[in-house]
Design a protein around this ligand. Structure first.
Ligand SMILES: [Zn+2]
Length: 339
């Protein structure tokens, strides 16, 4: 349906859940690797196979996460981080994204000596450069990795606040998140970090219910005060939880392609986004990792538009806009209110 494709492309879209590490265009990673003589293979096509999930690798979260390790070879340096981020924003703009929240784990970009704050600034530098070319709303969510533990998460929450968008007249940090190996690391362990982020006026989202049961989503909501949930797939099996998410207008950031790729949802089964919509739970249509899942906002929105129609996906994007952490008081057009 080429007509629907064009309509979806023209729709102003809202991206609330997209990781820098898994979204760097393969060509950009390839160019940087060649520049430094680090390329582990001889051709871009071979490199693509290492950066994009292959059919035989589908089905486990750890195989999915392993796709991020090659980009880390080059994203340890300020200018490279800035450059790859700019390329990600360019791609999103080309796909018709009007509001873009990127997310990023600063700590895994400090292996060559950047401080966590410099690591955050490097991404923001790329976003600010791109903002000069694209009339989009932009903001960054800082991620603490679960495997680094609650103490590092607290330190990162403070670093995130120091670069908060509402404190600076430029693109800055708008939210806080935890990600990484979910099972065995329940959200409540990170309560102090979320309290710091909340007091610092950052939006709160939590990767939960992707690779762990619905209890983890309850924990994110009750224990951390999450305003949004990343993935939340297991919540669809808990009626009481869905009523809670609907009542408190807690958004589930749904990443359709990614969930099938990582095995959070089995191929052939309907995606839980349909259950959420039936239950009145707010949802957002998100890419998670455009490179790993070979996707973008046009493909993700089109996938759903084929099932639900253009008007419904338009409504989802308009509603998602109201749940963006880029609040009016943090928008760049509101500079006079900056501290
Ligand atoms: Zn994610």
């Amino acid at each position: 349906m080429p007509e629907l494709d064009a309509q979806v492309r023209a729709l102003p879209k809202v991206e609330l859940h997209q990781h820098v590490d898994g979204s760097i265009p393969a060509e950009v990673t390839w160019q940087l690797m060649k520049h430094y003589g680090l390329n582990p293979v001889d051709t871009l096509d071979e490199m693509r196979r290492r950066l994009e999930l292959q059919p035989e690798e589908e089905g486990t979260l750890l195989a999915y996460l392993d796709k991020m390790h090659y980009p880390l070879w080059i994203t340890q340096f300020y200018e490279n981080i800035s450059q790859v981020t700019e390329a990600i924003v360019d791609e999103a703009a080309a796909a018709g994204v009007a509001t873009l929240e990127l997310r990023y784990s600063p700590i895994i970009h400090t292996f060559a000596g950047l401080t966590p704050r410099q690591s955050i600034r490097a991404v923001l530098s790329g976003m600010n450069h791109a903002a000069q070319r694209h009339p989009m709303k932009l903001g960054l969510i800082v991620i603490a990795m679960r495997q680094h533990g609650p103490h590092i998460a607290k330190i990162l929450a403070r670093q995130a606040i120091s670069e908060a968008q509402h404190l600076h007249a430029r693109v800055g940090v708008v939210g806080f998140d935890i990600a990484g190996p979910e099972s065995g690391n329940p959200p409540r362990l990170f309560r102090s970090a979320y309290e710091i982020a909340r007091i610092g006026r950052l939006g709160l989202t939590v990767h939960a219910g992707e690779d762990a049961p619905a209890e983890y989503v309850w924990d994110a909501v009750d224990g951390l005060g999450a305003q949004r949930i990343g993935h939340g797939c297991s919540a669809a099996g808990d009626e009481a939880l869905m009523r809670r998410l609907a009542r408190d207008r807690i958004v589930v950031e749904c990443c359709l392609s990614s969930n099938y790729d990582s095995g959070a949802v089995r191929r052939g089964e309907p995606h839980p986004i349909h259950r959420f919509l039936e239950a009145g739970v707010p949802v957002a249509i998100c890419c998670d990792n455009t490179t790993v899942s070979r996707t973008d906002q046009v493909k993700e929105t089109l996938r759903l538009a084929r099932q639900l129609g253009l008007e419904t996906v338009n409504e989802i994007h308009r509603a998602a806009e109201t749940h963006s952490f880029i609040r009016p008081e943090t928008a760049l057009s509101d500079r006079e209110h900056d501290l």
